[in-house]
Design a protein around this ligand. Sequence first.
Ligand code: PRP
Ligand code: URA
Length: 226
Amino acid sequence: MVQHQLPHPLPAAAAAYPGVLLVDHPAVTDRVTLLRDVLTPSNVFRQLVSEVSAFVAYETLRDLQMTEAEIDTPVTAGVRFPRIAETVLLVPVLRAGLGMVQSIQELLPLTRVAHVGLRRDEVTHQSNVYLNRLPSDLAERRVVVCDPMLATGGSLAQVCSLVADRGATDITALCLIASVPGLQYFHSVHPQVRVACAAVDLELNDQAYIVPGLGDAGDRLFGPPD
Ligand code: PRP
Ligand code: URA
């Protein structure tokens, strides 16, 4: 059997963090490599973000509540089969989280979307909230926060705090790349929030970018803001 060598100890890094699901199917990992590639153009990058997001959501949301519906097939009337019962609230973190929403909505029959906008200060690396469109009562709702990058973990931690402040107890964070220090920090603030990602990278650089990462996800999706 051929032994495949990974350039980074990615699964081992993820396994060290309870509550982190690493979706490392070859079809996902191959796409993440293309996302990392600086030569991947914006239109392909957007498509890949969309596809990887759907894979990560698919793996993470296996425990959605189901109900039974009565249907007629072309050959039998009145048979009962499972349907998804739960409405999931997707919370994309602007800007980059927007790139994850459409494919997840296409995966699930029942979704709502509530946008939250954060911008990380380039010097302090602290994120500031500039938009919060969360519903006032999230007590009975499964909330799925979507942000492709978990770098220091500060942005995701702030969003999950906003969501928890509205009463949510069932919170999942979907990312594409998470850093080890970011996962450590996030888990210390929100130990009850499940995190799923497609890759775990070991380090941050001096600008708090994930290394090797994929660069600025928002800029690669939408272009620089200024
Ligand atoms: C990026 C990314 C996360 C955040 C991660 O957003 O989408 O929200 O940085 O960094 P952190 O884990 O260190 O907080 P950014 O602030 O660049 O905004 P943008 O999506 O509008 O480009
Ligand atoms: N935000 C990004 O888009 N990329 C990083 O590596 C860190 C923060």
